[in-house]
Design a protein around this ligand. Structure first.
Ligand SMILES: [Zn+2]
Length: 90
């Protein structure tokens, strides 16, 4: 019945832990697949990755160091917190 369990799906936390390497292109191809599959179904992570991607592209174009801007970090924490706020039984 749980047909979606045929592969190891990564969690939002796992995704966000590797997202720096992912956007930098340093990640193993299998892991990239996992991330892309997760992104296809998780809008929160998609927003984070999209923002990070643009930010890093900008930094590469115009600066020498990569610093996570406050608003991106805010999004990361927002996503992580969302995970903790999953509906619980009263
Ligand atoms: Zn996610």
């Amino acid at each position: 019945m749980p047909s979606h369990l045929h592969t190891h799906d990564i969690s939002c936390q796992e995704l966000l832990a590797s997202i720096g390497d992912y956007v930098e292109g340093d990640l193993a191809p299998e892991l990239c697949r996992e991330i892309e599959r997760h992104l296809a179904e998780c809008e929160h992570c998609r927003v984070v990755v999209d923002t990070l991607n643009k930010t890093i592209t900008l930094y590469h174009a115009s600066a020498h160091e990569i610093i996570l801007p406050d608003d991106v970090r805010g999004r990361l924490y927002y996503v992580l917190k969302l995970d903790d706020l999953r509906p619980k039984r009263p």
